[in-house]
Design a protein around this ligand. Structure first.
Ligand code: C2E
Ligand code: MG
Ligand code: MG
Ligand code: MG
Length: 277
């Protein structure tokens, strides 16, 4: 039944839709080989401590150098990786790569940079995930407290009880947790309190068109004042202008990240621009 339905449906596809389907299938096939063909690279975006005006750490952001398409955005390929299950080996590779890199920087430059790594739902809910993280930290000799795992609100909320258990275990081993893209989901700060998280990252959509008396300003300052009362650290993402920076500073935001400071960059560029070598 499903088969004939599929065949019929095909007649309604426009050419562009057909093309999109073909693109998706070929991307899927290409992605399966990307890891072993060394097409994946971790970029790093500095996270700025707003009190000290210093780089506090980096967020690891994955890039795929596709042989024909050039750089493919993670917004495009991460969902494909999740859907096909390739996210498990890719995610583990990113985690290991990023921890290794930052441990190396910390040793070479005598620093204590933190590394933030994004997690997908399938990674977080994999039964041996906490053990995998512990193993990687041991192997790379990165102190537990310098790893922060970023989880989006929707991932955290997918199975609240399970999330609570996993977060509790990470809390116990001293690995930090951060709620990414905060404000785009439906969770309230009071609800989040039951998770052992140390930070929220205010989604960049709230900063995009922020002006003094805009609703976005009220939302951002509201989130900040509540988070501060609850002893949560706050990072604002997507800071592109000095005005945006002023707004979040006025509201005592702890850290910021955005093109105003720096785009995500490959390791060699980070070393040149941040470590000044
Ligand atoms: P995210 O974790 O919220 O990462 C922040 C995104 O905002 C990054 O996009 C970053 O390049 C971008 N960004 C940073 N500053 C600015 C700014 O000032 N303005 C604007 N407009 N954008 C800014 P990117 O690198 O394309 O990544 C998109 C998303 O893909 C990430 O959102 C994250 O959810 C996902 N992702 C990236 N790497 C990984 C990974 O290794 N694993 C998983 N599971 N997801 C990843
Ligand atoms: Mg993130
Ligand atoms: Mg984010
Ligand atoms: Mg995002």
């Amino acid at each position: 039944q499903a088969k004939s339905k599929g065949r019929n449906a095909k007649h309604y596809f426009s050419n562009t839709k057909d093309q999109k389907t073909i693109d998706l299938i070929s991307l899927r096939e290409d992605l399966k080989l990307a890891l072993e063909r060394n097409q994946l690279e971790v970029y790093y975006q500095p996270q700025i401590d707003l009190k000290k005006d210093k780089v506090k750490g980096f967020e690891a952001l994955l890039r795929w150098h596709h042989p024909k398409k050039g750089i493919v955005s993670p917004a495009t390929f991460i969902p494909i990786a999740e859907e096909t299950g390739i996210i498990a080996p890719i995610g583990e590779w990113v985690l290991r790569e990023a921890c290794k890199q930052v441990a190396k920087w910390n040793k070479e430059y005598n620093m204590e940079y933190r590394i933030s790594v994004n997690l997908s739902l399938k990674q977080l809910y994999k039964s041996d995930f906490v053990a995998v993280v512990e193993e990687i930290l041991k192997e790379t000799q990165l102190p537990h407290s310098l790893l922060e795992l970023e989880i989006t609100e929707s991932v955290a909320m997918a199975d609240v009880n399970r999330t609570k258990l996993i977060f509790k275990r990470f809390h116990e081993i001293g690995v930090r947790l951060s709620l990414d893209d905060f404000g785009t989901g439906y969770s309230s700060l009071s609800f989040i309190q039951q998770f052992k998280i140390s930070r929220i990252k205010i989604d960049k959509s709230f900063l995009k068109e922020i002006t003094v008396d805009s609703d976005d300003y009220k939302i951002v300052s509201g989130i900040l004042s509540m988070a501060l009362q609850l002893n949560l650290l706050v990072t604002a993402e997507g800071i592109e202008t000095i005005e945006q920076l002023d707004y979040i500073r006025e509201n005592n935001c702890h850290e910021a990240q955005g093109f105003y400071f720096s785009k995500p960059m490959p390791p060699a560029e980070i070393e040149k621009k941040i470590m000044n070598i």
